[in-house]
Design a protein around this ligand. Structure first.
Ligand SMILES: Nc1ncnc2c1ncn2[C@@H]1O[C@H](COP(=O)(O)OP(=O)(O)OP(=O)(O)O)[C@@H](O)[C@H]1O
Ligand SMILES: [Mg+2]
Length: 333
């Protein structure tokens, strides 16, 4: 079965055709300026991923799109992300296994499946986002909190079946927007989410701008006190919603408590979760929280498709047996 696991995130698109190696690029689509003339009959040029990021940082007059916002596919250009992922993987899958936020609507799921079928010529299997990570970790009963850029998704699975879940419209973007404002107010420069990630995760990294003929730089230590404060109240919000979801559940289900998504990698986040859940369960994290959903969609689809194939084969066998019996009967007569 030709299968691709595809996770189009608000900040990064991840895709795999073997469940192990993952292609990852920023979820950005940029349309170049429409030219006055085009001898090749091409209208706008489209740039995707790293190329789009480079273009928007170096050129004016380009229209940059981040096709997802708060877990919603805001713009059809998300299909450019999907197509780009398949191009990079050099894949023409029959099945695309992907995810949407837990609280996405039925209509959103149907539309996504329709787009995948029409534009990518593939059948879609759509899972609630954090289920990918649980499948990747081989957990069929447990809880997963996926802290993404645009949303935080909570899912509870029991024997690989959905039990409960929720979507919070609070992801890393909430934290970043607040830090961005603080930096702007303090030193008067704007920083991109990509720069903030580097600033927070690399100790010696500096973000710099020339302003008023002067060089202005900031490093981790300039934002660390504010970051700590904001991060704690942000985690607190996610934790209290998670506890609400867990209320009344059997301890056997909550034994495996996973946090994932890029947000789980930000400084201090894992430790805050551990502390908040010390009376509930040990918090675990996959080896790579950014790619674990994509790899898990692949795994989950593979399991489901094989189960189905098995059932179909068994059914065919049954039918064959009945046919055989009929034939024998006819022969006797
Ligand atoms: N080492 C890292 N590399 C990249 N991003 C990181 C790293 N550590 C933390 N992050 C954060 O993780 C975020 C991306 O997380 P993730 O890929 O899970 O989000 P997403 O899937 O794009 O969003 P969503 O699931 O909400 O649609 C980045 O925006 C960044 O803030
Ligand atoms: Mg995500």
């Amino acid at each position: 079965m030709n299968l691709v696991g595809l996770d189009i995130g608000t900040n990064y698109t991840k895709a795999t055709k073997d469940g192990k190696n993952v292609t990852i690029f920023p979820s950005i689509v940029a349309y170049g300026e429409e030219k006055d003339w085009s001898l090749k009959g091409e209208g706008k040029e489209v740039y995707v991923g790293e190329e789009a990021l480079a273009i928007i940082q170096s050129l004016e007059n380009v229209e940059a799109m981040r096709p997802l916002h708060e877990g919603r596919l805001m713009h059809q250009s998300y299909l450019e992300l999907a197509k780009h992922a398949l191009r990079v993987l050099n894949a023409t899958p029959e099945v695309v296994a992907t995810g949407l936020p837990v609280k996405s609507s039925k209509k959103e799921r149907e539309e996504l499946a329709k787009d995948i079928s029409e534009q990518l010529d593939a059948r879609a299997l759509i899972f609630p986002e954090p289920a990918g990570t649980l499948a990747y970790m081989g957990i069929d009963t447990g809880v997963c909190v996926d802290i993404g850029f645009g949303t935080t998704d909570i899912v509870v699975l029991s024997h690989m079946e959905y039990l409960r879940g929720d979507t919070l419209l609070v992801g890393v973007d909430w934290l970043y927007e607040n830090i961005e404002v603080i930096i702007r107010n303090n030193v008067g420069i704007s920083v991109t989410p990509e720069e903030l990630t580097k600033l927070l995760t690399t100790p010696d990294y500096e973000v710099g701008r020339i302003r008023g003929g002067k060089r202005i730089t900031i490093s981790q230590k300039d934002v660390s006190t504010e970051y700590d404060k904001l991060m704690r109240s942000w985690v607190e919000r996610i934790v209290s919603r998670t506890k609400l979801i867990l209320e009344g559940l059997s301890t056997a289900i909550v034994d495996k408590l996973v946090i994932t998504g890029g947000g789980s990698l930000l400084p201090g986040v894992y430790e805050e979760f551990e502390k908040s859940f010390e009376d509930v369960a040990k918090v675990i994290r996959p080896d790579d929280p950014i790619t674990s959903n994509a790899k898990g969609y692949y795994t989950l689809a593979k399991i489901l498709l094989e189960e189905k194939e098995g059932e179909e084969a068994a059914e065919t066998k049954e039918v064959d047996k009945k046919e055989d019996k009929k034939k024998r009967k006819v022969k006797k007569e």
